[in-house]
Design a protein around this ligand. Sequence first.
Ligand SMILES: [Zn+2]
Length: 297
Amino acid sequence: MSDRDYLVRATALDEKVRAFALNATEVVSTLQRRHDTFPAVTAALGRTAMGALLMSAASLKEAHQLVSVEVRGGGPVGRILVTANGQGEVRGLVSNPHVHAESVRPGKLNVAGVVGTDGYLSVTKNLGMRDTYQGTVELQSGEIGDDLAYYFVRSEQTPSAVGIGVFVQPDGSVEAAGGYMIQLLPGLEDDEIALIEERVAALPHPTALLREGLTPEQILDRIFPEGYTLGDHQPVRFHCPCSRERFEQAIVSLGEAEIQRIIEEEEQEYTEVVCHFCNEAYHFTAGDMQQILDAAR
Ligand SMILES: [Zn+2]
């Protein structure tokens, strides 16, 4: 885990504004390496992952609760699916990691070009005890940040500004990833709203701030120079809860006849099961399969 990667919660203007900022460089870097994503896909997956982390910070109370964000925009990347839990752990996947989109502006990754703009962003919150909430909005820009902001207004009636970015180096590795989210709560005066909007609009791109060396707290200093109340500090990291035991359970659920068929028909030395969220491969030989079958009987 990187000490640099964390998220902070804060309030400002007499608690009429909720603010969140994070550095998730190592998280997005791990997603890039695990899925071998091309640059624009790295940015799309990374922004979605940070969106899920910000959303979990804004709405989850318990460590085990989950937020999933799914984006399907009709673009070449296919589907993006990310899940974050209440303790800052996130994982994610894309259908097609190896796609490009021509840059519209030099030096700027064309995220909407790989995501597409004709589709939706869907959020599922799993709060435990079968308490599930789901909200879906049509994609507005395919750039993810704006789409998340639109989701907050439409589905949660909370006007929000979301500024998240991923800076990818020429060799495809991630140099910086992070950003902020500002939520306006009821009770703000029009001039207070205008002031916040002005400051957010005047901010450099979030990755420019991170590359200058700013911490999440220092990003909030730029937005609230008159001060804010800092809440908790949460480390964030890539984490996939998959394990060999979980895949054994999945094999058991195939049923006896199917397991028997795999044991008899598998021509390879082993059956390989790959976790789509982290690309970890688990190998099961015919002997392993037989053991699983015997144990389940
Ligand atoms: Zn996994």
